[in-house]
Design a protein around this ligand. Structure first.
Ligand code: NAP
Length: 285
């Protein structure tokens, strides 16, 4: 039977530490502030933004919301970002994705000052991540590293197989695992004989976006299985990329959905916002 990695418990543990960091900054005269932009009325985006605001409130970070109508143009959004870039009371800026189709999302991400890019999506921060010199860490992958660290799973020398090569999960996950001395294989939709590769994984990370995609025959005995997926099953119920019931008996550790990786992503956003406030005020980490 696998040990279940409880993302909520690890979130609470990390947020408690961060609450003290935010208080310590306040004592030094620094009010940590995150600006969150939401465009349109996508219900999932609204839930994510509300959760981010709630996490900020929990640890004393000021959250400022900028809700723009669905018909906002790229130019209007860039104008707001330019104002926030120039506002020294704002430490971090994030624009909730996806934005409506008429907006050039890459231009938007590129326009956030790298020093305030707490999602770690700006090309400068992606580049820094790849050479190991970044202040910001990609939120979902870093959340996974924190979970493994909390559970005492040493990744050095282990074979980590990642299914998925997206810019927000798969690729930065590979960078963090490499930096932690894992041997990394990244798989994608063109990978041949996927199961033969995933079975070799000591640590298997699924970031595919397909419900219950990873089944027991794709997993080696005793593997650590991390499920990034946030999918809907045939009944519309939230589930992951891993067929939990099928895979759990073979795994040594496994993350559930919900309650696994999800809570850690927002926690790492808080980490990055605090890092931004420290960096902008020349306060040591
Ligand atoms: P994405 O951009 O759609 O990327 C999916 C990746 O899976 C792509 O690289 C794709 O390969 C690969 N893939 C698709 N079908 C495959 C197959 N049959 N075999 C092997 N690889 C296959 O998705 P994402 O943004 O990385 O998100 C992945 C999942 O994580 C989604 O369910 C998303 O909702 C969830 N997510 C959760 C969190 C969280 O906080 N928990 C954060 C971010 C994302 P190609 O590149 O070849 O197309």
């Amino acid at each position: 039977m696998a040990k279940i990695i409880d993302g909520k418990k690890i979130r609470d543990y990390n947020l408690e530490i961060m609450k003290n960091e935010v208080s310590a900054l306040k004592e030094k005269g620094v009010d940590t502030c995150l600006a969150v932009i939401i465009v349109g009325d996508d219900p999932a985006s609204r839930v994510y933004v509300n959760n981010k605001k709630a996490a900020c409130e929990k640890i004393g970070i000021i959250s400022r919301e900028y809700a723009l109508p669905a018909e906002t143009t790229t130019g209007q959004l860039l104008e707001l970002i330019s104002q926030l870039n120039a506002d020294s009371s704002v430490n971090g800026i994030l624009c909730q994705m996806p934005v409506p189709k008429q907006i050039d999302s890459q231009l938007v991400l590129d326009s956030i000052l790298p020093e305030k890019d707490v999602d770690c999506f700006h090309p400068v921060n992606v580049g820094k991540l790849s050479i190991g010199s970044g202040v910001f860490m990609p939120c979902t992958p870093m959340g996974i590293m924190k979970m493994l660290e909390y559970e005492g799973v040493d990744v050095a020398g282990k074979h980590c197989v990642i299914i998925g090569r997206s810019n927000i999960v798969g690729k930065p996950m590979a960078m963090l695992m490499l930096a932690a001395n894992a041997t990394v294989t990244v798989c994608h939709s063109k990978t041949k004989d996927l199961a033969a590769i995933t079975k070799q994984a000591d640590i298997l990370i699924a970031a595919v976006g397909k419900p219950k995609f990873v089944t027991a025959d794709m997993v080696g005995d005793g593997a650590v299985v991390i499920d990034v997926g946030m999918d809907r099953d045939e009944n519309g119920k939230l589930c992951g990329d891993v067929d939990y019931g099928d895979v759990e008996p073979k795994a040594s550790y496994i993350t559930p959905v919900p309650g696994g990786v999800g809570p850690m992503t927002i926690t790492m956003l808080m980490r990055n916002t605090i890092a931004a406030a420290k960096e902008q005020n020349n306060i040591e980490k």
